[in-house]
Design a protein around this ligand. Sequence first.
Ligand code: IVH
Length: 666
Amino acid sequence: MAKERATRERLRQLLRELAEHDYRYHVLDAPTISDAAYDRLKRQALAIEAEHREWVEPDSPTQRVGGQPAEGFATAEHRVPMLSLDNATGPQEIEAFDARIRRLLETDEPVTYTVELKYDGVAVELLYQDGIFRQGSTRGDGHIGEDITHNLRTVRSIPLRLRTSDPPDILEVRGEVFMPLDEFARVNRDRLEGGLEPFANPRNSTAGTLRQLDPQVSAARGLDIFMYGTGRGEANLGVRCHMDLMERLRELGLKVNPRLERNTGIEGVIEFHRKLERDRDQLNYEVDGSVVKVDSFELRERLGQLTRSPRWAIAYKFPPRQETTVVRDIRFHVGRTGVLTPVAVLQPVPIGGVTVEHASLHNQDEIERLDVRVGDTVFVERAGDVIPKVIKVVREKRPARTRKVRLPEKCPECGAATLRAEGEVAVRCPNLECPAQVKERLLHFASRGALDVDGLGEKLVDQLVERGLAKRPSDLFELDLETLAGLDRLAEKSAQNLLAALEQARDASTARFLHALGIRHVGERVATVLADAYPDLDLLARAETEELSAIHEIGPTIAQTVRAFFDDRSNRREFQRLRERLRLRAPTVAPGSRRLVGKTLVLTGTLSTPRAAIRARIIAAGGRVIGSVSKNTDYLVAGENPGSKLTKAEEQGVSVLDEAGLEKLL
Ligand code: IVH
């Protein structure tokens, strides 16, 4: 008994420490331990929780990605409506806002305002009951939103428990969830490489992530949050103005942006906004302006609200980064996976400091939706770190003669008949030897996140492909000085550098190699996950779809494309050729963490955690999970109500473990 009490106390201590480190890392941005030390603490907590499922609390830092994918979204009510904001676009409109406030308050004295960033993300409300995070929801129509608790739990800067010994019984906090720009770039890179449509902007990407049914997906995309207000429970906090409220939220462990100012009179507000506009490109997230709020709650009360927005606040927006220009041509770019993407060639136009000459038109549906034709004047928008987009056609300016463009029936590069797969919007060139695809595959193979072959740029790849010197990545390793010397405008020095870079690229990690293969859906992140799960690539090449999709972060789509890749004979041949030419390094794993190498396990009965999660841990430890018991099975892991597999295991003399036994083994 005493031992049990001590263990439980140890768990509580570990969880307190983990929560503290989460807060330091994600909210204060000032960690005090290494990631490895954090992981050690977390593993200790997980081990105790695995032995004592009854001790697992919902606010345990081990419970961020828990449970099964949701079936759908429940609704969540906002008892205090989530309002929106009126907009102002220039200093005059902000001065008019200030004048209106003073008129309503019947004062000539300057009013005190706070001014903060207007984040371009997704508004959410978090409900804390007795200090524990219980529910998170979207704004919806302001009264009823969607319950997205399972995804918000994966946002590491959202505390699962407030940092106070005396929490209010109810506190609803509001803020904006967003995707940092570097993360957005990574997610889109992975999507593009996987042949998926990239998200149009970080906001869409955030919204798409929050609408995932499977929290594993959101956990893999690093969302973040800034808090800016409260719903129910504000009165319990004992604060009387916005500035104090933000300070109080910060003390409670909630993430508040330090870029927040209090100004008496409107001039300081306008200055804040000017500075922000100058710095906005330095931020790692998107802002579309600032938000100006009357600081005092008492004055807010007096000012009141309209139906949809309060009178005491206004969004001071930046002008959009849009311009009009003329479409000179519409061309089709053939990508690595053969997808034809329409691209508008534009009369060059500067937008927000960058000259824009091309804009993506995504696909045929988009061309038709916009009804864009060669010769049209169009609005082009540049948002964040994204490819510029054609927003709409200025119909009034359409000249008498325009040219409509349809996706070609023949590939513009190789002439093969294009096809549109059922259920897909994309049109593809099916010819794997299409020079455009070959070039893109070679460029991908040599790209930074893949094998990183310095000096192998577009011009060189064009020549190699056109002269038939490289049909596939493995051919690159057959190049020599003599062949390269025959190429146009390639100095001997550059040729030598290229050969040296190729030589260096041969020392690759298996993760980079898998990424370089260009399997659909296998970007940098997925490649790392696969390489960790399969240090032995032969096992990966043989893995069945079901086994692959049991890996944490690998869904059925990825599993299928990986399987399909290795089912193709020419892919398998190229995979082998490359392995012969490369000196691959498997990921180094901590000793002891791959205890199940060579072991075969079968799971049966009801287990306390989802099977996929257990399977993934076994695979990560080097083991295999199969469906039925035979004499070659090493262990049967039996949960409740095990049924016939248990009988069979006993007959065959297979060792039987319960969950605690498996934990020990792992
Ligand atoms: S305050 C009653 N503060 O803008 C005040 N909103 O159009 C309600 N937003 O739905 C919101 N940054 O999604 C506030 N610092 C900020 C904000 C902010 C972004 C969003 C929020 C809201 C929309 C209002």
